[in-house]
Design a protein around this ligand. Structure first.
Ligand SMILES: Nc1ncnc2c1ncn2[C@@H]1O[C@H](COP(=O)(O)OP(=O)(O)O)[C@@H](O)[C@H]1O
Ligand SMILES: [Mg+2]
Length: 476
């Protein structure tokens, strides 16, 4: 069908010297796994600007598109003096970019590296991380969990003030979480992610407390408390293993600080400090830290202790996470399964109308527009439309087009492209995982029954769905 040919490839849009929505693109300043950042200027905006553009094309991860949507949603809703201002944004179809204020702080990873892997000044470490805790508290107060806190994503100014960047993996309790589905396994950076995140849990704000513990540990000792594992099993170690006591590596670290850091890194979220504000308070007033045996520890756990912890972790159940502030959790979820290949305009309109009616009837409800693709190319071509991420972008754009007439706010609608050999099973599974209340599917009379697997798919969905299924027909 060549659906991607109608949208311009991202590499063609974003080039130094070009102008987009009044933003003049300057030099590329960073090329990460999921995004490229360019300097930019725009008349009327007096502060320096960066454009963050998702990487799409050959060998690029599909997650970069989800990260882009996530980051944009969060930056739009977030009001915090510790986060760069949003200067503008473009949409997925035409030109996906986020324009934000370029802050003059330096990334913490650079500061750590320059000082030889750890910070010689313990008080400076405490000052920086207590400011990180302050910034994180302002996110948590707005129901946003960062989930990818690490030195690279923290900018530090000369007076140790901080800003938090990079919301591509963040979670907002009021918005649909696009990443839950994409990555059942842990998302985030191996050295810093909390054990519950390794298990795919994305709604526990105490995961950020864990990350702050690991950052403190690294800044104080020059070591990563749980290394940098590259396998799930390696990541699971942190569910039971206790990091080597900091004072075994650096004697001058005060016992109270060791207590604080180890407590932040407790495997069970319920055993950590329960808020970023609390962590900040303790870092500011060490005399109020409640010391336990681990404050003085100088040696690693005995093999026997580790064995006990390992057994306990065998049944590792993430701590119950108190419900987020909003009641939206109980909002019914409607899935519209949209066959992007079919071109039955009557059906399309009827499905859209049904979706509108349902969303109006249930003001708390949310809609997920879903489409499945059979597979993405194993060997990618050079053109964006010949790559997995390019194909997915094309489908996302189609889904977004589909939903446009619904005129729904972004917090109520989200878009997913699932790769599946057996679309029906995948849709059913998706409905199950997301506790959907209803699946909306369309039956087109335009498609001859023989050539489409869609009709049999439909039967399967009706039979196996864990919720009600509403079939919209193109003619009565
Ligand atoms: N608003 C900003 N101000 C200054 N530097 C920034 C800003 N945003 C990003 N950077 C720099 O670019 C790097 C990558 O940005 P980030 O948003 O973390 O992208 P990625 O998803 O590739 O990690 C950061 O580590 C930081 O050095
Ligand atoms: Mg980053």
């Amino acid at each position: 069908m060549g659906i991607n040919k109608t949208i311009e490839s991202i590499n063609d849009i974003f080039q130094e010297g070009k102008e987009i929505d009044g933003f003049l693109i300057g030099e590329e300043v960073h090329r990460g796994g999921m995004a490229v950042l360019y300097e930019a200027t725009k008349e009327g905006i007096e502060y320096p600007i960066l454009l963050k553009v998702p990487r799409v094309g050959r060998d690029q991860p599909v997650e970069s598109l989800i990260g882009f949507e996530t980051e944009l949603t969060i930056m739009k809703s977030l009001k915090s003096p510790f986060v760069p201002r949003l200067a503008g944004a473009g949409n997925m179809a035409k030109k996906p970019y986020i324009a934000m204020e370029r802050l003059d702080g330096r990334p913490l990873d650079q500061i750590i590296e320059e000082q030889g892997g750890k910070l010689s000044d313990i008080q400076q470490t405490i000052d920086i991380v207590s400011n990180v805790a302050l910034a994180i508290a302002s996110l948590h107060a707005q129901d946003i969990i960062h989930l990818d806190l690490k030195p690279e994503n923290i900018l530090v100014t000369k007076d140790n003030k901080v800003a938090i960047i990079d919301f591509g993996l963040a979670h907002h309790t009021h918005y649909p979480d696009l990443l839950v589905e994409q990555m059942r396994k842990g998302v985030g950076s191996a050295p810093y992610i909390a054990p519950e995140q390794v298990m795919g849990i994305r709604n526990d704000w105490r995961s950020d407390i864990f990350a702050m513990g690991t950052i403190l540990y690294e800044m104080l000792t020059g070591e990563l408390p749980f290394g940098s594992p590259s396998t799930i099993n390696g990541l699971k170690n942190r569910m039971w293993s206790e990091a080597l006591p900091l004072r075994a590596i650096r004697k001058e670290i005060p016992p109270w600080l060791q207590e604080v850091v180890l407590r932040c890194m407790e495997p069970l979220a319920a055993n950590r400090y329960q808020s970023a504000t609390r962590l900040r308070q303790l870092l500011k007033s060490p005399e109020s830290v409640q010391l336990t045996a681990r404050a003085e520890k100088l040696y690693p756990n005995s093999a026997w202790d580790n064995m006990k912890r390992w057994f306990r972790a065998a049944g590792y159940e993430p701590s119950p996470c108190p419900k987020p502030s909003s009641a939206l959790d109980n909002a019914p979820l409607i899935i519209a399964a949209i066959d992007t290949r079919q071109n039955d305009d009557v059906l399309r309109e009827r499905m859209q109308n049904t979706a509108i009616h349902l969303l109006q009837a249930y003001p708390e409800s949310r809609l997920i527009c879903l489409s499945t693709i059979s597979s993405t190319p194993t060997f990618e071509g050079n053109a964006e439309s010949e790559t997995a991420s390019g194909i997915v972008r094309g489908h996302l754009v189609q889904l977004m087009d589909w939903a446009k007439p619904l005129k729904m706010s972004t917090e109520r609608v989200s878009f997913h492209v699932l790769e599946a050999m057996d679309p029906a099973s995948r849709i059913v599974e998706f409905a199950q995982d997301n506790h959907a209340s209803m699946i909306l599917i369309g039956a087109s009379h335009k498609i001859p029954a023989k050539v489409t697997p869609w009709r049999t798919s439909m039967t399967k969905i009706v039979e196996e769905a864990p919720c009600s299924v509403h079939i919209v027909r193109s003619s009565n």
